[in-house]
Design a protein around this ligand. Sequence first.
Ligand code: NAP
Length: 298
Amino acid sequence: MRVAISGSSGLIGTALSESLEADGHEVLRLVRRPTAGAGEIPWNPSVGDVDPALLEGLDAVVNLSGAGIGDHRWTKAYKETLRNSRIRTTAILANALARLDDPPRVFLSASGVNYYGMDRGAEVLTEDSEPGQGFLPQLCQDWEAATDTAKAAGIAVCHTRFGLALDRRGGSLGQMLPVFRAGLGGPLAGGHQYWSFISMPDVVAALRFLIEQPGSVGIYNLTSPEPVTNGEFTRVLAHQLRRPAILPVPTVALRVALGEIAATIAGSLRMVPTRLVAAGFEFRHPTARSAIAAALEA
Ligand SMILES: NC(=O)c1ccc[n+]([C@@H]2O[C@H](COP(=O)([O-])OP(=O)(O)OC[C@H]3O[C@@H](n4cnc5c(N)ncnc54)[C@H](OP(=O)(O)O)[C@@H]3O)[C@@H](O)[C@H]2O)c1
């Protein structure tokens, strides 16, 4: 297969590229810096620039671009960066793909659990659940809508709503690990909120499943079938690291430290992968125990 990936230098893009290349597939990376040889496609999403001719004849395009949600406090300017780096990039790709003579069979475009909101308590969230309200839920809705031109051109578009992808090198788990290893971890914001997580091997396997399985189209929750509360996640993580986790961090402290971002940690989202399971996808790490173990062993 020939697969183009935007945001390929990120956590998910790196893992997906490595997996595809290990199996002999050709990966073309859309890069925002000057290209460094074959296998890279230049693009400049800030000015809307990509040469559609370089996207002809692909089997799949995977769109994983986006400035880090937790990298900076959400100032007005950074909120614009968060939106532009997802919505504008997606629209540029979708518009280019819509103009191709030989378009890809499938266009996978990232979205996230916060499509469903910031806090939905214990409600089980399937792909049919209503969207939530607020900055991040609206961003996710606009991000998904940015693929409309590709859909209108008849390309099968999949929206992959990622849960928390567990990787010890980055993301939320990567940030938690030094604290927990120092024995300073504990439940966050009371610990009663659901966290929808997924192991990185399952993220990669699910993306590859959607690329390879004929008929993949529409919304897919990419998350483990057994979401747990933050308290349970904390307990399992501490147990596997053989460290205590008795220092709770209250919501107010998270708000002071992180500002608006705190809501992504303190809110409860219990997302389940109904459509992936119905399509026959089998999770290697369905439980918090197995997914955390996979991340720590990787
Ligand atoms: N990991 C998760 O738990 C999770 C959960 C929910 C949703 N998601 C979404 O899934 C996507 C991939 O996740 P990830 O964890 O791999 O993200 P990541 O590690 O933060 O990587 C995202 C990539 O986006 C590109 N990027 C960064 N800033 C950009 C900007 N200002 N404009 C355009 N592109 C920019 C970069 O790739 P290049 O430099 O190669 O262009 C970067 O490596 C992201 O959109 C993320 O929001 C991830």
